[in-house]
Structure formats: structure tokens, C-alpha cells
Design a protein around this ligand. Structure first.
Ligand SMILES: Cc1cc2nc3c(=O)[nH]c(=O)nc-3n(C[C@H](O)[C@H](O)[C@H](O)COP(=O)(O)O)c2cc1C
Length: 250
């Protein structure tokens, strides 16, 4: 309903987007002409970031400490899905791809998430085990970027996490051939019924499902500041395992 109303409101305005398909558009938006925000509307979307500062003199020597502090602050601030991060991978075709996953573990070894090993990201990580993660805590005007090498976690770690998931999530891991084209939603529902009946309350962890750990060798912390003079700190791992801390221009 809200979408219908918004679309109706847009129909009253001239479409200012630069797409050729919209060039002739005046007041009669058709389904062929998507309700795109005009460049002027997009240009007007700007805020000044003034919530906090990030100073290299007082930042922790170890990036994991700063990340732990920022993640805890995001959780305490009750931002939506503070554990959601964008995962970027690059497969054999050299085309980057991104998706959102949830951080489910963090310790000195790195950052853990769970997924389907046969998915697009899984296939790309086989071809190229390097990845990048990005957290964007909008309300805190903060971004963390993390790069490093990725490896599968142990079967026992994956088993333990899988066993902690709600039953429908455990069945869902069986039901979804993640990243595959399927003829319709019915496939998922039918698979869930099938595997639910097969495994009842005790589904084993699917062999194609488990965790990955990214071992960070490069971290960037971004804190929005006034007048676009943002604070950025880069931590790079040195040969002696100590972290070099440098400020980057925003
Ligand atoms: C907030 C959020 C959290 C998600 N968490 C996960 C996750 O932890 N693991 C996962 O495999 N997919 C997760 N997804 C779905 C992925 O974004 C993505 O659709 C899926 O992993 C397939 O990606 P791929 O085809 O690039 O491999 C999440 C999506 C959203 C929006």
C-alpha cells in the first residue's frame, strides 16, 4: 500500500533522471518508466557527520581491540543488525561480488560467518581465498573495512554452531541450494517439508554448509566528521606481527 502511494506521488512529478527511457517522460509515468529519484533529489540527500572523532594518538595499538569496542558500541546503541557485514569476493573471472552475511564469531584468529560452501561466494573463495568485509553502522557514522585470507573453520566448530541454530534454520540449510536458479518458491517449501520429514528434530549439519574465518591483515576504521574531513585509520600487519597505524585522507 505504502509503495503504491509513493508510486502515485512520483507520477505527479516530472522524471528528471538521465535515462534515455525516461527522457520523454512528463506526467504520465508508465510501468516502463521506473520511479527513479531525480539527480536533484539525490543531490539534496546529505547530512553532516558530527557524532564522534577517531584519533590515531588515542586509538588502540591493535585493530581487534578497536573493532571490539566499536562492535560493542553498535550493539549497545541498538542499531539494526549490528552484526551484518558486507562480504566481497573475487572469483576466477576477476569480477567482484558482494553480499551481506552475519558475523557469528570473533577472536584472535579472525572473523567467522556461516554459509553454503557451494554458493557463489563459496565457489569464488575456492578460486581466490582473499576477501574483504565491511560493516556500516549508519547511526554511529562509522565504517570498518577488513581484508584478509579466508579459510574454512573446522568441522567441529561448524557442528557446534549448527546445533545452536533454531530447527527451521537448520532445515533451511538443507532446503536451499543457495545461489542456484530455481523454478519457484515452491521448491524451497517442498524441500523444507521433505527434509523436515526426513530428519525430524535432529537434522545433521549438511556437508555443504559451515563456517569461514577471515584472518585480517589490513583494517580501516572510518569515523564521519564535519565538512567531509572524516577520520580514517589504517592498520597494516607488519612482518613482526605488530600493526602499523596510519591516517588516511578521507
Ligand atoms: C541481514 C542479512 C544477513 C544475512 N546473513 C547471511 C549469512 O550469515 N549467511 C549466508 O549465507 N547468507 C546470509 N544472507 C544472505 C546473503 O546476503 C546472500 O543472499 C546469500 O549468502 C547468497 O550469496 P551468494 O549467492 O553471493 O553466495 C544475509 C542477508 C541479509 C540481508
Amino acid at each position: 500500500m505504502a509503495i503504491k502511494q509513493a508510486r502515485g506521488a512520483l507520477k505527479t512529478a516530472r522524471c528528471l533522471c538521465a535515462l534515455p527511457m525516461c527522457a520523454a517522460y512528463t506526467s504520465s509515468m508508465s510501468d516502463a518508466c521506473p520511479p527513479l529519484p531525480s539527480p536533484a533529489a539525490l543531490a539534496a540527500l546529505r547530512i553532516s557527520y558530527e557524532r564522534a572523532e577517531l584519533d590515531e594518538a588515542s586509538a588502540p595499538a591493535a585493530p581487534m581491540a578497536l573493532f571490539g569496542q566499536w562492535l560493542a558500541e553498535a550493539i549497545a546503541a541498538q542499531v539494526p543488525e549490528p552484526n551484518a557485514m558486507t562480504l566481497a569476493t573475487v572469483g576466477a573471472d576477476l569480477r567482484p561480488s558482494t553480499r551481506v552475511v552475519l558475523i557469528k564469531g570473533i577472536d584472535a584468529r579472525g572473523i567467522v560467518w556461516y554459509t553454503n560452501y557451494d554458493s557463489r561466494k563459496g565457489r569464488e573463495l575456492v578460486a581466490n581465498p582473499y576477501a574483504a568485509l565491511q560493516f556500516h553502522w549508519v547511526e554511529l557514522e562509522r565504517v570498518v573495512r577488513i581484508e584478509g585470507r579466508v579459510s574454512r573453520i573446522s568441522d567441529s566448530e561448524s557442528d557446534a554452531y549448527y546445533a545452536s541454530r533454531p530447527l527451521d534454520s537448520r532445515i533451511g540449510a538443507w532446503a536451499s541450494p543457495q545461489s542456484e536458479v530455481i523454478p519457484g518458491r515452491g521448491v524451497l517449501v517442498a524441500n523444507a517439508v521433505k527434509y523436515g520429514a526426513k530428519f525430524l528434530l535432529q537434522p545433521p549439519r549438511p556437508p555443504h554448509w559451515g563456517g569461514y574465518r577471515l584472518e585480517p591483515d589490513n583494517w580501516q576504521f572510518w569515523q564521519g566528521r564535519k565538512s567531509r574531513l572524516h577520520d580514517r585509520l589504517l592498520y597494516t600487519q607488519q612482518a613482526d606481527a605488530l600493526w602499523l597505524r596510519q591516517r588516511l585522507a578521507p
